[in-house]
Ligand binder design. Sequence first.
Ligand code: ATP
Ligand code: MG
Length: 358
Amino acid sequence: MIVKNLKLKNYRNYSNLRIDFCDGLNVIVGANAQGKTNLIEAIYMCSIGKSLRAKFERQTIKWNEDHALISLDVEKKYGKTTIDIILSKSTKKTVRINKIPIKKIGELMGELNAVFFSPDELKLIKESPEDRRRFMDISLSQTSKSYFYLLGKYEKILANRNKLLKLEANKETIIDTLDIWNEQLANVGSKIILSRINFLNLLTPYAVLSHKYLTEEKEELKLEYSGIKGSTEEEIKQKFLDALKKNLEKDLKLCYTTVGPHRDDIKVSINDIDVRTFGSQGQQRTVALSLKLAEIEIIEKQTGEKPILLLDDVLSELDSNRKKRLLKFCKKTQTFLTCTDFEGEADNLIRIENGEVK
Ligand SMILES: Nc1ncnc2c1ncn2[C@@H]1O[C@H](COP(=O)(O)OP(=O)(O)OP(=O)(O)O)[C@@H](O)[C@H]1O
Ligand SMILES: [Mg+2]
């Protein structure tokens, strides 16, 4: 898919912007604090329906204004979609697809598929499992609305189970009621786990290839789902129920659920060495990038459409060979790349100065 254009009104430091994009590599250049990341953030918001940076979305509305608008046209194989997001300081945000407001954010999933990468993404490998779960969840949600809804359902059941664990009531009563939640948790949870395992199985060969490509064949990447595993929903469900039973005392003591897909992780190794513990910063960054490049391939495989690639400030973080190879890859898919200086061939060079195109 191709983002044809973008309109911003009172979004971050943009008052009124209209900008057209081309199919290949769109390079957004400008000095620090001019609005490059804001632009990428706006495009990504149309993909996942929320801001990755802002804690509260109203923070993205231009200071001293009450409303903001993000609007873009996406061209796909079978037609065009217009996505509008209207943010307001006083009411809930409105998302429209082809001018029709949607009721649930899940309806937006798949309308604009995007793979996002920024220096922050180093966290993907280095920091808590939560970041790696989010990577799987965002990617899976883009290709499957039902996965997105499953996640919401799981969170609700989990919250109820945790609430019960915190309850100061008779232990026997709690244990009896827990059974109901266990069954529901394992039912939905096993579907989530199986989707993630399938996702990783699909992703791995592409990630291995991307990583070899970026490192000039020097490194062999390995990915593995770490948590409850199995090859069928029934098998996973049973293992999940067993684990809940085994962890009962611990859960009661800690007052939360200590096992399940909300605790799982991806184990990443290079040449059989754990990257999270022993990898260099550059290695961790390259692995994160390899995962993202692989994500592009599998989203395309599953939907028949190439997602767009958003690269915020990543060139300065890579050595010159990896940089060259990445830019070559970017030619294959519509890419939005921000940087302060750019040497190379862009299909479209956009200069940003203080919230305006120069
Ligand atoms: N709600 C807002 N209203 C107005 N301006 C804002 C708002 N939120 C952020 N800004 C401003 O937008 C400016 C540009 O931010 P942005 O992160 O896009 O810069 P950048 O071009 O990516 O810079 P860098 O090269 O440092 O990453 C910031 O200086 C900030 O003050
Ligand atoms: Mg920036």
